[in-house]
Write a protein that binds this ligand. Structure first.
Ligand code: FMN
Length: 232
């Protein structure tokens, strides 16, 4: 069984949101190829997770066996989100560019998922790199949309892209190797011209192809695991 976690971060509803349309296309295509997939949808755009505050930090950095009852309550939303990430094999994110970065709702999700003792460990014995991720081997597809254009490496606005680098920097918290992130973006949305229409067509074709490939890979991995289990 493959577990697919779909995260939508657009504040808009699907009839207006290009990223939600891409995550829908990805999900539908994936389920066509791998129908035995378990899909979990987490809509942070419409139901944003709480922001990190002093109580969250106090609770998260208190050892589990020393936590007071209120700390469990404060950490409950984070635990739910972490559980979803732990269960996921593949994560697909619909991420609009807002003010050159990710929507605050998605940043709030990352802040809830980056949890000491659950998604990373910290040990100064490791020298200059004390943080070690606790999850690994997951795949991530980032499906984005932007009003302007030229945000890819080498593009005329690449230096303003604070979205993709921020997700890549945090990907280890959700078990994704930075080099394994698949990114597809619609551009020119504010121009509403032929370049925008071509960008949508291209992004949709790439999204469907990516979903087919990741679903086929997941099917193969599942069959291999099944053979190994039967042979054991
Ligand atoms: C609050 C807000 C901020 C935005 N900031 C940027 C930006 O900094 N750069 C850009 O290229 N487009 C920007 N846009 C345009 C969006 O990235 C674009 O409309 C995208 O399609 C939104 O995703 P959605 O269609 O899934 O809602 C912004 C849009 C909104 C609503």
């Amino acid at each position: 069984m493959t577990n697919l976690l779909r995260i939508d971060a657009s504040a808009q509803s699907e009839d207006r949101s290009l990223t939600r349309q891409l995550t829908s296309l990805f999900t539908q295509t994936f389920l066509e190829v791998a129908p035995d997939t378990t899909l979990v949808s987490r809509d942070v755009g419409h139901s944003p997770p709480p922001f990190v505050d002093g109580r969250f930090i106090h609770a998260a950095f208190t050892a589990p066996d020393q936590r007071e009852d209120w700390m469990a309550d404060v950490l409950a939303p984070s635990d739910r989100l972490v559980d979803e990430v732990v269960a996921a094999d593949i994560i697909v994110m619909g991420v609009p560019m807002y003010n050159y970065g990710m929507p605050a709702a998605l940043k709030a999700w990352i802040d809830q998922v980056a949890r000491i003792g659950r998604t990373f460990s910290f040990d100064l014995e490791r020298g200059d790199f004390p943080i070690e991720p606790m999850l690994s081997g997951k795949r991530l597809a980032v499906l984005s949309s932007r009003g302007e254009f030229g945000f890819a490496p080498g593009g005329i606005r690449a230096h303003k892209n604070a979205l993709d680098p921020a997700i890549a920097a945090c990907a280890h918290y959700f078990g994704v190797d930075e080099t394994a992130i698949e990114s597809i973006a619609i551009e020119y949305q504010e121009f509403k011209d032929d370049r925008h229409r071509a960008s949508i067509d291209q992004a949709r074709a790439r999204t469907a192809a990516l979903a087919r490939r990741l679903a086929a890979e997941a099917q193969t991995a599942r069959k291999r695991a099944e053979f190994a289990r039967l042979g054991a």
